[in-house]
Each structure stands twice: as C-alpha cells, then as structure tokens.
Design a protein. Structure first.
Length: 460
C-alpha cells in the first residue's frame, strides 16, 4: 500500500464527505430516482484501465448521490434512525483501515480483548446484572444484526434442548412472541430448522399498549403442551418496531422459567435509551432473561453494523457454534485462556467492530451520550404534545422513546373518504416532496365481528 497515495486520496474522500454533510439538506431526503436509473448511466462493464479518484468522486456526486436516501439528513424521520457521529465514522475508518480478520484471539488479540471490555462497559452502562458480564460468568459479543442474535441464540437453545430430548423432536419445538415482534424472528426460526408453523405470535391490543400479556402466553404454552409440543424460546421486545411497545419482562420471564424456555430480549432500537437512569426501568426484569441484544448502530452514534448481544451462558453458544480446524489451533486457545469469538457466531471471519464503539464511548463520554438520547426523547414528547393539542391529528400509541405514531384523525377526514387511504396519500405526498421522509406502520389490527374486516390504523 502506497501510504502517501493513501494519505492523498483519504484526505480527498474526507473532504468529499464533509462537503456532503455541509450540503445534505439541499438533497431530497428520499431518493427520487426510478428503478433501474443507474443501469442507464453506468457502462455495461468494468473499466480495463485505472481511473483517477478525482473522476470517480465526480461520478459519485453525479450518479450515486441522486440514488441515495439521506439517512443522516435532519429531515429523515423514517424507520428507526441510524445515528452516525464523527467518532462513529472515524472509528469505522480505523477498523476498516487495519482490515484485520479477528476470528480468534491470536488472529488479533486487541480485537477480541477490546470487544470483551467494551461489552462489559456497555453492560455496566445498562446496569445489567453481573451474570450477563464477563466479570460475572456471562459475556457479550458484537454481531452485524439482531437477526444474527436471534439465529445464534435460537441455535444454541435448540441444540441444548435436542441433546436432552433427541433430535427427532425438532418438529415439536415452539417459539413464542407477540404480533408486534420483528419479522426477522420468523426468518431466523426457519433458518434454524424449526417449523414456521410452530411460531406463536400472541395477539396484543391497543388497550394494553401492544404489550405481550403473560397470561395469554401461559395459555398458549399450556395448549401447546397439551398438543404434545415443546416450548423452546420466547422473544420479548423492549421497543417494538411498529408501536415501540415494551413487553413486561419480569412477569414474562417468570412464566418462561416455569417451562424452561430461553428468553431473549430484543431491544434493537430502544436498548440505547436504557443507559439513561430515567429509562432504565424499561429493562426491569431483565435478570430473568437469558440474553439481551440491541443495535448500537440505531441510536448509539455508531455506524452500521453493530449489534451487541449479552448472554448469561456463553457455553450454550459455544457448544452450538464452535469449530476446531487444524489451522486455527494455537496455545492460547488450548490453554482456555481466551475468548475465541468465532465460536460465538455463524461466520469465521469477523470485523473489528469494538473499535468504533470504543471511540464513541470515549469521545462522547456516558454523560453526553445520555444527553443526546434524552434530547431525542424530549423532542418526540414535544411533538406528541403538539399533535395532542391539534384536533386534526391522533396519536396512535404512547411515545415511550423517540418514535411518534400518529395519523390524521378520522374526524378530520372528509366524509366518505377512507381513513387509511387518506393517510397513505398524505404520507406519499410528503415523501415525494423530498422535504422530509417518514414511514407508515399498521398497528392495532382487530377483527370486526360484524363485517369480518380488518380494522387497522395507519400511522406515520
Ligand atoms: N428487532 C427490532 C425491534 C427492530 O426494530 C429491528 C430492525 O429495525 C430488528 C429486530 C431487526 O434488526 P436487524 O436488521 O439488525 O436484523
């Protein structure tokens, strides 16, 4: 690697990105291009000869930026955020710059050790019971996604259970969740070889703020046991995707414990907020769970990807996911002195994710990160208050965090117009304007017994 050329081109790319951020509000927030736009603009095959970075950056500006939806724009309000930060971006640069493949300790000791240290730091910031920390016999690992956390923990408990009841019983294993649980759970269930028909999305209701009800869970378990099935896994969520509902962890874990069910807590979005003492209560009851994960790349100023998973029993993961190839053998592993993260995950290769989170935690400090999170929640609460004071709008679910679900109220919609269609058209016109970007959700589906129709609420 020509370090002087690297320096020159690196400075150019940073300048390019700094200009991008300076001008970000001049771009339409949601990309306005039509499908296939890039095929028409770029050559059919790769260039035979090298091209200078200056030319390539010009093409990024001309052809790529129009096809970008600007997730870092201050006018981006869609999905859950992907809050970047200078520290997050630069941490990513450092990690990419070293370009190591830290599958086991010896492949880059700093990558493994920093990950374990940062996971314990974060666990302490969340006031997790010590049983989730390395210092207390548990431990944490960084993945790319919550989907991976689902799949790895499901695989761990699946194998643990089948080693007791026999592999032939795979088809009897049952996974519980609520109808608000993220759809990625179902995909992980399928990949883990568990029957998708054995997923029980327990109905929630608006009157219960879309929380999973422990009694409904118990009834579902009892009915499955009577049918000869075997309860395995109960996904609880802190901050569901469509309604930011918080499942009551304590009572749900109590039910799960009676039936020896593994409880993963998915706090993909809202976990970050729980580092603030005033929001920590959303994790009350976590001591009864088996694992907890959240995506630091959503709301903790860290770039994609960075999902943090803690488990009380790392051996469950290791038993299911470890490999022992000859080329990986080394003294530290054999002496059982080290964590080899390849045994905690699906892939062999792994990125040095801890570096960016370490940079974020050090550059901001816990106090400033808390203020940042609080600021978002305060803005959301303020917006919720403005909506509540305006008869034209209706707030659809309580604003627990920094996501506000609202719609134009049925009473404000001209007679005869469909409420959902009206809201959908309004949303599309906002997004098409390029001035702001929001997304819809459908929450509160209840079956109307008279018409049999699904009465849903469409909100932004
Ligand atoms: N769980 C919740 C609550 C989410 O909001 C999301 C994504 O937004 C996921 C899981 C899936 O996350 P990932 O894309 O990291 O797999």
């Amino acid at each position: 690697l020509d370090h002087e050329e690297f320096r020159r081109q690196g400075h150019m790319v940073i300048d390019f990105l700094a200009d991008y951020y300076q001008n970000i509000e001049t771009y339409p927030v949601r990309s306005q291009v039509e499908p296939g736009y890039l095929q028409e603009r770029l050559p059919q095959s790769a260039p035979l000869n090298p091209e200078p970075i200056e030319t390539i950056l010009k093409d990024v500006q001309k052809h790529i930026i129009p096809g970008i939806t600007h997730w870092q724009s201050p006018n981006f309000f869609a999905y859950f955020s992907a809050c970047g930060s200078i520290a997050g971006f630069l941490g990513e640069m450092l990690s990419t710059g070293f370009n190591i493949v830290g599958f086991n300790w010896v492949a880059s000791p700093a990558a493994t050790e920093l990950e374990s240290i940062v996971m314990d730091w974060l666990g302490k910031m969340l006031k997790l019971p010590s049983s989730f920390l390395f210092s207390g016999g548990g431990g944490g690992v960084m993945y790319a996604s919550t989907s991976e956390a689902f799949l790895c923990t499901l695989t761990a408990i699946r194998d643990q259970k089948l080693s007791v009841i026999g592999r032939e019983n795979l088809g009897k294993l049952v996974v519980y969740c609520s109808d608000q649980t993220h759809f990625s759970l179902k995909k992980s269930v399928q990949i883990a070889g568990i029957s998708p028909e054995n997923v029980r999305p327990i109905l929630t209701s608006k009157s219960d703020d879309f929380q999973l009800c422990p009694e409904s869970l118990r009834l579902a378990i009892i009915s499955d046991l009577e049918a000869g099935l075997i309860p395995l896994y109960l996904c609880c969520t802190v901050g569901t995707t469509s309604s930011t509902a918080v499942d009551p962890l304590g009572p749900l874990c109590d039910v799960a414990k009676e039936y020896r069910i593994w409880v993963p807590v998915d706090a993909a979005y809202a976990g970050s907020a729980c580092i603030c003492p005033e929001f920590r209560h959303f994790l009350d009851g976590i001591e009864g769970a088996n694992s907890l994960s959240f995506n630091a790349h959503k709301w903790l100023l860290t770039t994609l990807d960075c999902c943090c998973l803690w488990v009380k029993d790392p051996s469950a993961l290791i038993n299911a996911l470890s490999t022992n190839a000859e080329i990986l053998k080394n003294k530290a592993t054999e002496a059982k002195q080290v964590v080899d993260y390849k045994d905690w995950q699906m892939a062999l290769g792994r990125r040095f994710r801890a570096l960016k989170l370490w940079l974020v935690l050090r550059s901001y400090g816990v106090a400033r990160i808390r203020d940042f999170l609080r600021g978002h929640v305060e803005m959301a609460k303020h917006f919720e208050m403005l909506l509540a004071a305006d008869k034209r709008f209706e707030v659809v679910f309580p604003t627990n965090f920094a996501t506000v679900g609202f719609r134009v109220s049925p009473s404000a919609i001209p007679n005869g117009e469909d409420v959902n269609a009206f809201n959908q058209n309004l949303l599309e016109s906002i997004n098409a304007s390029g001035g702001a970007h929001m997304v819809h959700a459908v929450v509160g589906g209840v079956c109307d017994p008279t018409s049999g129709a699904l009465d849903t609420e469409f909100c932004s």
